[in-house]
Design a protein around this ligand. Structure first.
Ligand code: PGA
Length: 222
């Protein structure tokens, strides 16, 4: 199975999300080979929208094959008086997965390894499978993850995807027990070298997931 995690980050409102699903659905109906791969489980999509759109998308996506929702993050705090925090319990039953430790959060929000450890613990407590983003072997929590996503900082959102040899070297260093994903400037021109490699179990896609046609094109190479 190849995973495709769409990370919308801080993009899209309600109307735009609805258009995305409608266009994506049309693509699936027009390309039965991809629909079959989804139905038979050769491809799995985990769509990670902003938190506020999760419930709405859940209803819209219900009819689509093998697409589930993920959160982009959960709070390091559990249930309690934490105004504004996206606590794990609040998305329990709505999402199957949550991204944890994305480099943008580590960078812009100063997220520490200790915070990430707490998030991993809370995700599991509320039955959310953690997709842990690691920048390299220094991010040690990967042993606890359901999916390990190698996302080198130099490649995330920069347009400079990491050469496949480097990605495979990091995989050998980590030797993760969980499926191993790559993320960082994946697009239709470079997707094949990653997804076509049997060492890579999937991708996290940011920019190229925002357009449903562009994202769908990536699936064609799986
Ligand atoms: P990008 O983002 O595809 O825009 O580089 C990937 C990610 O941040 O997960």
């Amino acid at each position: 199975m190849k995973y495709f995690v769409a990370n919308w980050k801080g993009h899209k409102n309600l109307a735009e999300a609805a258009v995305w699903v409608s266009d994506f659905n049309t693509q699936i109906e027009n390309y039965p080979q991809i629909k079959t791969k989804l139905t038979q489980g050769a491809i799995k999509i985990i769509l990670c929208p902003p938190h506020s759109l999760i419930y709405f998308l859940r209803t819209l996506l219900a009819a689509l094959p093998n697409i589930t929702l993920g959160a982009q993050d959960v709070s390091r705090f559990g249930e309690g008086s934490y105004t504004g925090e996206p606590v794990a319990k609040s998305v329990q039953g709505l999402v199957t997965h949550t991204i944890i430790g994305h480099s943008e959060r580590r960078h812009y929000l100063g997220e520490s390894e200790e915070a990430i450890r707490e998030k991993m613990r809370l995700a599991k407590e509320y039955t959310l499978a953690p997709i842990l983003c690691v920048r390299g072997p220094q991010d040690t929590m990967y042993k606890e993850a359901a999916l390990v996503a190698y996302e080198p900082v130099s490649a995330v959102g920069t347009g400079h995807n990491e050469p496949i040899e480097n990605v495979l070297r990091v995989k050998r260093q980590l030797a993760p027990a969980a499926p191993f994903l790559y993320g960082g400037s994946v697009n239709k021109n470079n997707v094949k070298e990653y997804i076509g490699n049997d060492q890579i179990d999937g991708l996290i896609v940011g920019r190229a997931s925002l357009n449903p046609h562009e994202f769908f094109d990536l699936l064609s190479d799986a």
